[in-house]
Ligand binder design. Structure first.
Ligand code: Q46
Ligand code: ZN
Ligand code: ZN
Length: 316
């Protein structure tokens, strides 16, 4: 197969776009397409300060690299969850982020959860029923809180994450299967801040398949952590990804069509913002100042208080 642009041997083929490209042209193509996505959904401009949440994986490091190459003002944020899993998962992922930032001379904020809050993610999860089986719910809550906190404290205009099309399609399928109106209204390439205490969020890679971001990282020579988080196995997200992969194999383009058709339907008013009851209930947490729907303190602050009181009881 030959590169559509120069006729050299193609390094990567995208059947759903009927497009094959050589290494050089693929490494041009993905940033160009990312730039189009940024403009299309009015995510941010070159005058704004961007904070990229990086996990050491291929998606988030590719995103940071692409935005940096496109000339955006973008720093990184790594959140150390204190997960080992026999593979030193958190230590390794932090190392990847530090290597990446060091090679390019970019600023990386690091928040270590065990150091900051006295407990790792699994221990925080143990402090609440939410984490009874897996720590993912508590992990998600903690990451959202910390990302928003650092973005606000350090004065960033927008927080970007490396969610790809596979992630977004799986989330959409899950929300659709359960008809969760609030999530269906809010899912999308950009989530405006909406209220003081919240920062705008954007997902510039939301239209790219996971294999496209993986190809970018490999062809660009980005060192990233290959292992998944040890807690990822058996999650609902992986289950829906597997179903969508089967559909994609039968009909290339299925995931892209599913996601883009949803965005078009939403844009045409299929989902009313009245379907999002959370908007009405939002207020600012008296302890941390972040917007929350929980009555009184936000769920994260309550988690930390509960975990600290458990710790006190253990010490007694
Ligand atoms: S990092 Fe955290 Fe994921 Fe690991 S504990 Fe679950 S949510 S699987 S993106
Ligand atoms: Zn080429
Ligand atoms: Zn709070």
């Amino acid at each position: 197969m030959k590169c559509r642009k120069c006729g050299e041997k193609a390094a990567f083929n995208m059947p759903h776009h009927k497009l094959a490209l050589c290494r050089e042209h693929y490494l041009e193509w993905l940033p160009e397409q990312t730039e189009r996505t940024i403009h299309k959904y009015q995510m941010f401009t070159r005058r704004e300060r961007i904070l990229a949440a990086v996990s050491g994986g291929k998606d988030s490091l590719s995103l940071w690299d692409i935005l940096w190459r496109l000339g955006y003002s973008v720093d990184g944020l790594y959140i150390g969850l204190g997960i080992d899993g026999g593979i030193q998962y958190s230590d390794e992922s932090r190392r990847m982020c530090e290597i990446f930032a060091g090679e390019r001379g970019l600023k990386l904020h690091v928040v270590d959860i065990p150091q900051t809050y006295g407990r790792n993610i699994a221990q925080l999860a143990d402090a609440t029923l939410r984490g009874a089986k897996k720590p993912c719910a508590v992990c998600g809550l903690t990451k959202r809180h910390v990302m928003n906190r650092i973005a606000r404290e350090a004065g960033y205009d927008v927080l970007v994450t490396g969610h790809n099309l596979d992630d977004e399609a799986a989330t959409l399928l899950s929300n659709t299967m359960n008809w969760i109106p609030g999530y269906l209204v809010r899912q999308g390439p950009v989530l405006e801040a909406g209220r003081p205490g919240l920062v705008r969020k954007a997902k510039p890679l939301c239209r790219f398949y996971e294999r496209e971001t993986a190809a970018y990282a490999l062809l660009r020579g980005i060192e990233y952590i290959y292992d998944e988080c040890p807690y990822a196995e058996g999650t609902k997200s992986i289950y829906f990804k597997e179903i969508l992969n089967k559909m994609e194999a039968d009909k290339p383009g299925t995931k892209l069509n599913f996601y883009i058709s949803y965005l078009t339907a939403k844009n045409n008013g299929l989902f009313s913002s009245q379907a999002d009851p959370e908007l009405e209930m939002l207020h600012n947490c008296p302890t941390c100042g972040q917007a929350t729907t929980a009555p009184g303190e936000c769920t994260f602050c309550r988690l930390i208080s509960k975990s600290s009181s458990n710790l006190e009881n253990e010490r007694c």
